[in-house]
Design a protein around this ligand. Sequence first.
Ligand SMILES: Nc1nc2c(ncn2[C@@H]2O[C@H](COP(=O)(O)OP(=O)(O)OP(=O)(O)O)[C@@H](O)[C@H]2O)c(=O)[nH]1
Ligand SMILES: Nc1nc2c(ncn2[C@@H]2O[C@H](COP(=O)(O)OP(=O)(O)OP(=O)(O)O)[C@@H](O)[C@H]2O)c(=O)[nH]1
Ligand SMILES: [Mg+2]
Ligand SMILES: [Mg+2]
Lengths: 292, 279
Amino acid sequence: ELSEKLDAALGKFRQRGVLTEPMVKEGLREIRRILLEADVHFKVTRDFLNRVQEQALGEDVLKSVSPGQQIVKIVHDELAALLGEERAGIAWASKPPTVILVVGLQGSGKTTTAAKLARRFVRDGRQPMLAACDLQRPAAVDQLVTLAKRIKVPVHSGETGGDPVATAQEALAQAEEQNRNVLIVDTAGRLQIDEPLMEELRKLKSALAPQEILLVADAMTGQEAVRIAQGFDDALEITGVALTKMDGDARGGAALSIRGVTGRPIKFVGTGEGVDDLDLADPERLAGRILQ
Amino acid sequence: RVVVDGMDHESLESLEEKLLSADFGVGATLRLVDHVEELTRRGKVRDQKGLRDGLAEEVERLLGATGSDELAEAAEGPTVYLIVGVNGVGKTTSIAKLAWHLRQEGLTVLLAAADTFRAGATEQLRIWADRVGAEFVGGQDRGDPAAVAFDAIDAARARGIDVVLVDTAGRLHTHRNLMEELQKVDRVIRRKIEGGPHETLIVLDATVGQNAVSQVRSFRDAVELTGIVLAKADSTGRGGIVVALAQEHGLPVKLVGTGEGMKDLEAFDPRAFVEGVFE
Ligand SMILES: Nc1nc2c(ncn2[C@@H]2O[C@H](COP(=O)(O)OP(=O)(O)OP(=O)(O)O)[C@@H](O)[C@H]2O)c(=O)[nH]1
Ligand SMILES: Nc1nc2c(ncn2[C@@H]2O[C@H](COP(=O)(O)OP(=O)(O)OP(=O)(O)O)[C@@H](O)[C@H]2O)c(=O)[nH]1
Ligand SMILES: [Mg+2]
Ligand SMILES: [Mg+2]
């Protein structure tokens, strides 16, 4: 386990008292490898460890705790603090409906997450509506309509090949008309480097004025998590992230990369293919998983 | 650390960062940096360009030291390919693209919709079959995926179809029951067709990190993988993890997905791959 590994690495520093510089540097070299193996971006790793080093140097080693355990504790706490955020819930609109725009790369889990959010809101006693605005992928509308029926949530959809912005505007009008207090808009997957499709998202944002723009990202994303998140954030100013497929064994370093580079909170975690498989993000658990 | 003609700690560090950022993974990156350091020590690398060439050569060598990158064909009767992988990586779309390419070669193709689980999955493949001119066999919603593979092979034999592409549901490799379900589909194909499935291809997302290693290990425990389809190579992801996979499993990348349209599939080119890492 991690602190034992670290103690083995720090075995040569027999002194008790203060965490010395060589001791800390040696420990952090080991931690660097762990973070990189967890898919944390190499620059995010470097910045993070520089901060941890500052904090660790000169700290008094607690009498009951080994230097290895001490360093691991500092790293874990710093990681959880970084990943956490005080008000990471949904920013409800003062005048309904609250609009949530769901965006991200192809196959990341947007459609499934949109349905999960709707399901969560139903269970919280709200009246959600879904908008099927992926008019490009074959049977994408079919997929969301099927999920919507399953959870008994009304869904407004467009025709494949139609205009997603017009469909979204119709959905908003319908939501207001039917007194739905939250509208969740599913969009087609796209690359952050696809200029015309990113422009389409900007148009959607300006047509809907959403309270939330959630980036849906796959927990197994590697180093690209930084560029992906930056691309979507620069274009839209995302308000939060849903990290999906956390029921696998991906370490989820993408969470730190995304948070580190955009400053936006991880709000939700997808834990399965079912409509109930959505949890609120838990920074302690995210940190523990990255460091395992 | 060795310092030779412009080759110094900084060059090696920037090389390490290049490989890490291309998702080569920690293990493969360290091995490759060691390799280049060794070349430098032996005087085989004298400058930055030599460093890059030495690295490119080694990566190409590793990618070539795998099973064949061709697609196997049945000696007689329908050829059957089984397409597997975790959720959302591009299985269904890759099948559509492969079908289109096989159609261009004048072959008849049948798509088997053995994802009977996910909402819209059967309909998605049905639409693609129509677009690429392939036949289609689907199953009952929540039905047995192995039964769809069974029916598809029967249909292919009856109609004299050249190739059957079996689409399966996305599944996380950590879900034991789902991996057992996949083994059942594989077993049915093996019993129905001599030498089948002639290819079992795992689709990987080019933006995947080191979890691809865990995916391949687990899928390989369940079924005999013959190759990788690297989808979404048009993204900023380089898919560098395939080098570690070549080393660990001898698994070749056979196909590369380069977009969402039916024509967006290419054969894997190790040289182009290496150039993509260094651009
Ligand atoms: N195991 C697991 N699977 C998930 C999770 N979230 C989504 N999926 C699956 O991932 C696959 C892709 O999900 P979709 O919702 O279709 O992804 P998408 O982002 O809408 O895809 P595009 O619209 O093509 O960009 C499907 O097989 C989902 O069932 C999750 O948290 N866990
Ligand atoms: N840009 C790009 N997108 C791709 C590529 N291949 C697939 N996609 C997209 O990725 C998304 C998921 O593709 P699917 O074929 O549904 O993936 P899948 O593995 O069958 O997903 P599940 O069956 O839900 O596990 C779709 O939006 C595809 O259009 C590719 O090579 N490039
Ligand atoms: Mg979708
Ligand atoms: Mg599919």
